[in-house]
Structures are given as structure tokens and as C-alpha cells.
Ligand binder design. Structure first.
Ligand SMILES: Cc1cc2nc3c(=O)[nH]c(=O)nc-3n(C[C@H](O)[C@H](O)[C@H](O)COP(=O)(O)O)c2cc1C
Length: 172
């Protein structure tokens, strides 16, 4: 499925993709995805990130062992490791990483590329795998790739809470 191009429709149709086809992501599109992260706004413009793009299967396989729910990394066409000095030093750091991640994911989806996060519980081990400096952490990775098979019909699980449940006007 080629998603419709406007941002709201990209948001509405984007779901987590954990199974990927063998189709590689071109260098041009990979750069566009990475730049969508790089160009993101952040608290006080601190830009508390490095983005390490990984396409080598051995590295993806090794990273997939660094989180309880990270196995999808092994089958990704590309993963982006989010590398930061101290993810929990300031409340704004995870927020900033989330903004950059969502921008990369939506940009990828605008090219028909699916994605999903992986929480990296063994951050130090993962940082060593990608040869990040010892003072850096790797709290999350993002898997990217063309979906293994197009979704037919609505997703089996998930969905979102109804608007009346979560959106409030003027007061709770
Ligand atoms: C901070 C964060 C961490 C996540 N960690 C993982 C993870 O370790 N493994 C995984 O498969 N999905 C992970 N996810 C993806 C969520 O499970 C997914 O966004 C959620 O289930 C909604 O999926 P949907 O868009 O298909 O409904 C993570 C998402 C976020 C925002």
C-alpha cells in the first residue's frame, strides 16, 4: 500500500511494522529519513542526539539481542540507533528523541517504508556493538524496512482510545 501523502493521513495509517521484506532502502531515501531526524526541533535547540544508521546484518542481529522485544531489528533493512549522552539527565531528552523518531518514521512511511521502535535494555552492550564512545547511551533503536506483506483490513490489535476519552476542551 502506498500511503496518501498528507501528514494527517500518514499519522492515521502508520502502524508498527515488525516484519520486513528483503527490499533494500536506497541511499537517497535513507539519507532523507536520517535528515528528518536531524532537522527536528528540540528543547533549547540542544539536539541531544547522534543517529547511527545500520544496514549490516551481523550488527542488526547483535543489536536484536539487546532488548526483550528487539528481535525485529534482525530483519530490518536499516536500523537507526538513537545515541545520546544521558537519556534521563533531563526530562526533555526522551521527548526530543521521540520527536526526532516520529519525524523519521513518518518520513519513512511517506516512502512506503514501515518502522517500529526497540527499547534497548542493555544500552552499554549495544553502544559497544556500534562503537559509540563509552560515555554515550543507546536507549532506543528504530527498525525500518518495506513491510513484508501489505496489511489487509484493520489491524488485529491496537487501535486508539476514542477522542471523547482523551481530548478535553478548556478543562478536564
Ligand atoms: C518508547 C517506545 C518504546 C517501544 N519499544 C518497543 C520494543 O521494544 N519492541 C517493539 O516491538 N515495539 C516497541 N514499541 C512500539 C509500540 O509497541 C507501538 O508503538 C504500539 O504498540 C502501537 O503500535 P501500533 O501503531 O501498531 O498500534 C515502542 C514504542 C515506543 C513509543
Amino acid at each position: 500500500m502506498t500511503p496518501p501523502p498528507d501528514v494527517y493521513n500518514l499519522i492515521k495509517t502508520k502502524r508498527a511494522v515488525r516484519r520486513f521484506s528483503q527490499q533494500p532502502i536506497s541511499d537517497d531515501i535513507a539519507r532523507t529519513i536520517l535528515n528528518a531526524g536531524r532537522l527536528s526541533g528540540s528543547a533549547k535547540n540542544t539536539q541531544p542526539w547522534h543517529f547511527v544508521a545500520i544496514r549490516q546484518h551481523d550488527t542488526l542481529q547483535a543489536l536484536s539481542q539487546c532488548g526483550a522485544y528487539a528481535s525485529h531489528l534482525a530483519g530490518a533493512a536499516m536500523a537507526v540507533a538513537l545515541v545520546t549522552e544521558d537519556p534521563f539527565e533531563r526530562l526533555t531528552v526522551p521527548f526530543d528523541l521521540g520527536r526526532a523518531t516520529q519525524n523519521m518514521m513518518l518520513t519513512a512511511w511517506s516512502h512506503g517504508i514501515g518502522s517500529v521502535m526497540a527499547t534497548i535494555y542493555q544500552s552499554a552492550k549495544a553502544a559497544a556493538i556500534i562503537k559509540a564512545p563509552a560515555s554515550y547511551a543507546l536507549p532506543w533503536c528504530v527498525s525500518f524496512g518495506y513491510p513484508a506483506e501489505p496489511r489487509s483490513g484493520p489491524p488485529r490489535r491496537g487501535g486508539r482510545r476514542p477522542a471523547d476519552d482523551v481530548i478535553h476542551w478548556e478543562s478536564w
